[in-house]
Structures are given as structure tokens and as C-alpha cells.
Design a protein around this ligand. Structure first.
Ligand code: ZN
Ligand code: ZN
Length: 307
């Protein structure tokens, strides 16, 4: 079985799904953010400013910055309700309608009479958005918090801004726990760029679509036809009962992960087609692949069923 991200028609388009501008607490105006991402070689971004009252609930109009080689998805980072630690929820919503109704969220503190995080996530998903649990480590997310976002399509496995500013960029632990409970989730890497520190061009998604079109990109995100990266490219994944074969740009480690303690790795130099034998995965019904290159940069496949 080959993963459909690699067999579907079209090509991979590089995008950043989590970005801020000066419509909320970012340093740059929306046009300049789009210009810098296009200049860096991105095909698309989602500007996802903080959807709170102190910024007048911005959903950035990025349509003027679309051109023949660059497009945008509308979105926002939603904030409503408290997590178990009392802090405010951060939920990424990409593909939001421009008229998505504000929640009662005046600022960055949870207040009474507010939608819960799960409620605002569900409302955004019902409005057509791709929903991701943002920066689990940075937020101090508990497993109960993570479980409660039943509308999530994805989890941020890497948030570059949270790594740069807090050394809390990861989300793989809570992701793997949810996968092991049977949740159907995909994996994104993002920048969460504010351009206030070295928080940009560090984590992205590669989305397979027949054209660099917002609707096609959003549909491919929802179908899971993408992978996430800090650098390495994944060019194919083929799975049998006994092995996972991964085609990549030059890699030094190919790691397969599953439930619990189930992992397997093959190491080398400049590996581009690597077969990882599937041992120690007795009770895992899901697997995923992590690629590491010589610079230590990683790429992550979406989870897939074990044959
Ligand atoms: Zn956030
Ligand atoms: Zn953010």
C-alpha cells in the first residue's frame, strides 16, 4: 500500500499554516508577511491572527496578495475558554469564512460566559475550517485537554516560534497518545511567525494538489494528503506487513513510530530509499514516519494504518 499523498495527482505545494501580522501581535503588515514568504519560496500561507476583541477579531483579507505563483488561505487562531491549567485555548483554524462570528473573547485571559475551546473548534470546523491543536507543549496541554478537542483534524508536531522563544516547540507526545486512543489525526509543522524573533521559515507543510488553489489545498489538508517538514522532502511511502519503505532527499535516519514503545530506525548516510523492517509493533494499528537529515532537520509523515 502506498500513501495517497504520494500517489494522488498533482505536485506538492509548500505552505505555512500559522502566521501573525500587525492585525494582532505580529511585527509586519499582512502584505509584507506574504511578500517575505513568497520570496522565501513558499507557495502559500494562512495568516492566522489572534481572533480576540482587543484586536477587533481579525480575519486578515489576504486576497490582494494572491498572484500567479502564490496564494493564501483565510484563517485565524481562535481563543475561547480555559484549559485545565486555567490558561486560554489556542486553536488554529485554516479555511475560515471571512464572516466567521466572533466568540466572546476580549483578550488573552479566559473569561466567564465564553464558548469552550471544544465548542469554538467545532463551530469553526462546521464553518469549513481545517482545525489544529496549536503548540501542545507551549500551552501546557493535558491529555484531557487534547481529548476534548473532538473537532481537530491535526496536531502541531512542531511550532517553530514556540521552539525559538520557549524551547517548547513539540507536540509529538500528546499526538501519539491520541493516535493510540484511535483518534484520526494528521500532523502539521508551522512557524507561528510574528517576525519578532527568529520564528519564521522553520516548519511547514507540503500539500499535494493539482493546482496552487485555496480550495484544492484546503480539501487536500482535510484528506491528509500532505506531510510536514523542517527541511527533508518525503517522496514516497510504501507499506507492507513486514516493512515500510521510504523515499526521501538525503537522510541519515528513517524512524517508524507506533503505539507505546513501538519504534524502529535505520541509520546511514545520504539515504534516499530506505526499508525499515517492522519489528516491535505487535499491538499498534497505526504507524508514522520521521525522517532526519544530516543537519538534524526532521520531516513527518501523516499516520497511516498498519496493514
Ligand atoms: Zn498560539
Ligand atoms: Zn500563533
Amino acid at each position: 500500500m502506498s500513501l495517497t499523498a504520494f500517489t494522488a495527482p498533482g505536485r506538492f505545494w509548500r505552505g505555512n499554516l500559522h502566521t501573525h501580522s500587525n492585525l494582532s501581535d505580529g511585527a509586519l503588515d499582512p502584505g509584507e508577511v506574504c511578500r517575505r514568504y513568497q520570496a522565501e519560496g513558499y507557495d502559500f500561507i494562512a495568516l492566522t491572527d489572534h481572533f480576540v476583541g482587543m484586536f477587533d477579531y481579525p480575519i486578515a483579507d489576504t486576497l490582494p496578495y494572491r498572484n500567479n505563483a502564490f496564494t493564501t488561505l483565510l484563517g485565524a487562531e481562535l481563543h475561547s475558554g480555559a484549559m485545565e491549567n486555567g490558561d486560554l485555548w489556542h486553536i488554529l483554524a485554516v479555511g475560515l469564512p471571512a464572516d466567521f462570528a466572533p466568540s466572546n473573547s476580549p483578550g488573552f485571559l479566559a473569561v466567564d460566559a465564553q464558548e469552550t475551546g471544544p465548542e469554538v473548534a467545532r463551530r469553526a470546523r462546521d464553518a469549513g475550517a481545517f482545525i489544529a491543536i496549536a503548540h501542545p507543549h507551549w500551552s501546557g496541554l493535558t491529555l484531557a485537554d487534547a481529548r476534548s478537542i473532538d473537532a481537530a483534524h491535526a496536531v502541531e508536531i512542531y511550532n517553530h516560534g514556540c521552539e525559538a522563544g520557549a524551547a517548547r516547540g513539540g507536540g509529538g507526545h500528546v499526538l501519539d497518545l491520541l493516535l493510540s486512543e484511535g483518534r484520526d489525526l494528521t500532523i502539521i509543522a508551522t512557524d507561528d511567525a510574528h517576525f519578532t524573533e527568529p520564528d519564521h521559515f522553520g516548519g511547514w507543510v507540503m500539500v499535494k494538489a493539482e493546482a496552487n488553489d485555496p480550495d484544492l489545498l484546503l480539501a487536500a489538508l482535510k484528506r491528509g494528503e500532505f506531510y510536514a517538514s523542517q527541511g527533508p522532502e518525503i517522496r514516497g511511502i510504501d507499506v507492507t506487513k513486514s516493512a515500510v519503505t521510504v523515499e526521501t532527499t538525503a537522510a541519515v535516519s528513517i524512524i517508524v513510530q507506533g503505539r507505546g514503545q513501538g519504534t524502529a530506525a535505520v541509520h546511514g548516510t545520504s539515504m534516499t530509499r530506505t526499508e525499515v523492517p517492522l519489528m516491535r509493533f505487535y499491538d499498534s494499528d497505526w504507524l508514522r514516519v520521521t525522517v532526519v537529515d544530516a543537519a538534524g532537520k526532521q520531516a513527518w509523515s501523516n499516520p497511516f494504518p498498519r496493514p
